[in-house]
Design a protein around this ligand. Structure first.
Ligand code: ZN
Length: 139
């Protein structure tokens, strides 16, 4: 695909350099059957270096995941080859089924049907805690 000419889809821009692959995996882009380009270490006036992900398909993307993985990222929505919306993404207050609690004694470890819920408890330091057991998520 020509990465510069997406017709319908989205471009995730201003991803901190090196975070593109993490975001790519968190969004599950490896397992969907659409054209995706991950461009690494692009020169950026704002960031020095940045990563960009281009998705050449009109698929729903979980904005919360982007805000969690990289709060500085922007998402550009492309329709008919034109930029129709540009969104700056902030850290979501809650995360549902994005990350898993690692506490083996957490109720979500034994009751698999429960949603994995995390709450942002410290925006400055980007700390998310499990809603059930308060365990801090740390990568
Ligand atoms: Zn937990």
């Amino acid at each position: 695909m020509n990465v510069d000419s997406i017709q319908n889809g989205l471009v995730i821009d201003h991803i901190a350099a090196g975070h593109g692959m993490t975001l790519y995996n968190l969004l599950g882009l490896d397992s969907i059957d659409v054209s995706v380009a991950l461009i690494k270490n692009v020169a950026s006036r704002k960031l020095g270096r940045k990563d960009i992900i281009k998705i050449d398909a009109d698929i729903p993307v979980n904005i919360d995941i982007i805000g969690f993985a990289d709060p500085g990222a922007t998402v550009n929505y492309i329709r008919d080859g034109k930029l129709v919306e540009k969104r700056t993404i902030d850290m979501p207050e809650t995360l549902k089924n994005v990350i898993r609690c690692k506490n083996p004694r957490c109720i979500t470890s034994c009751e698999q049907e429960l949603d994995q819920l995390f709450r942002l408890t410290d925006r400055e330091r980007k700390i998310y805690r499990c809603v059930y057991c308060e365990t801090r998520w740390n990568g």
